[in-house]
Design a protein around this ligand. Sequence first.
Ligand code: HEM
Length: 460
Amino acid sequence: MAVGFFVLYLFHMGRQPMVVVADPELCKEVGIKKFKSISNRSLPSAFSGSPLGQKGLFSTRDARWSAMRNAIVSLYQPSHLASLIPTMQTYIKSSADHISSNITEDINMSILSHKLSTDIIGQAAFGVNFGLLDAENKANKDCDDQNEVTEFIKEHMYATTSLKMDLSGSFSIILGLLVPILHKPFRQILKTIPGTADRKIHQTNLKLSKRVDEIVAKRASEKSRSSKDFLSVVLNANDTDKASRQLFTPDYISALTYEHLLAGSTSTAFTISSALYLISKHPEVEKKLLEEIDRFDPHDKTLNADELHNNFPYLDQVIKEAMRIHTGSPLVARQTSQKVEIGGYILPKNTWVWIAPEVLHKDPKHFPEPNVFRPERFDPACEEEKKRHPYAFIPFGIGPRMCIGQKFSLQEIKLTLIHLYSRYIFRHSHKMESPIEFDYGVVVNFKNGVKIRAIKRVNN
Ligand code: HEM
């Protein structure tokens, strides 16, 4: 134990041995150095109980996980991401236009950014325009039945906001932790009893699986497909490559595609609304950011990838600091697959090892005055940044299993903030609670949303 901040914390959750790690060197040991013995994730039962949850990258294990990850990693290469910029820009412009037509009203940025990120990932993963940002809801040209899409998204929104990582979600999860052997039989019983969380989760999972399977089957039957969205790229590979067909059977394709929607929407939306919330509270940060954005004058211009990566260093610092202050994934889960030594302790096989970015990100050793929003602490020229351990800041996780969508989401977040701040500045609504409250779902979210007012910028 370190004073005030733990670095390695061993305990039992029910009968499950657990270790929580919150020291950069130990995180490196768990996430990188001992990866061979700790390569899989421990998962909340609500997630692993769903057919969609079981077969995505998050839950798959060992050789299957690495084969799947290697096969799809090309979709996250810079050239592919660069080709998505115009699509992202179109949706971002729609969201900014929505703000323009509601300029005299409060905007719940959490809802708007969730719609934005869902529309973007819907296009990038499924090749479908979910049309959430289209006020008339008439933009969907790719799907025969708009109601199907609306229903699907409703279920998806429920799944992302109601499955709890804590123990409030389902009785079978609590029981499973105390007596693991009882988890499955109890889940089987509870999911037949109306009103239980287990039943609601089960029904949502069934509906979502059915809808995703339908979208995948329809796309699989199409003769010509795009080469841009995730689903089409995997199906195209299956058409020509036997190894790909063996790896990506329809159930795995459904799970992977849905996982992109789940992982790609909530956490990106949370980061965008968190940045707006924090920038609006700090006029000195806002001023510096506007100067950087105006220097480049991106109003109504499509930025290319080089410009985006090289011309906005302060924006990079602002996003990092927002992710540090409000860490969307406070815990990164792993499980030992054999006996292994970490930090001088022997951990038995099947120990849950949880890395705690939230604790790391608030440790004054790495981030002096940790509760102060100060983007400059990430300036590469600043002493604090130079001195900091490279794994003290890990909002996207660590090692070979870290977030595959990191560059995708950063591109989306940067484009969004540049476009929004080229047209508006934002102030908190008087309805915004203080201090802000959080909701601990699959990822963290703002309990009541980020409520802001937009002010149109002169000459923009
Ligand atoms: C701000 C946005 C995001 C944050 C903060 C975030 C955070 C994370 C974290 C902490 C992990 C666990 C990493 C680990 O275990 O070391 C993860 C994994 C993952 N994320 Fe993200 N993520 C974001 C956006 C996205 C996007 C946009 C996508 C998809 C397009 C995505 C897809 C995934 C997948 C598939 C995994 C599992 C990777 C694997 O096990 O191989 N994420 N993410």
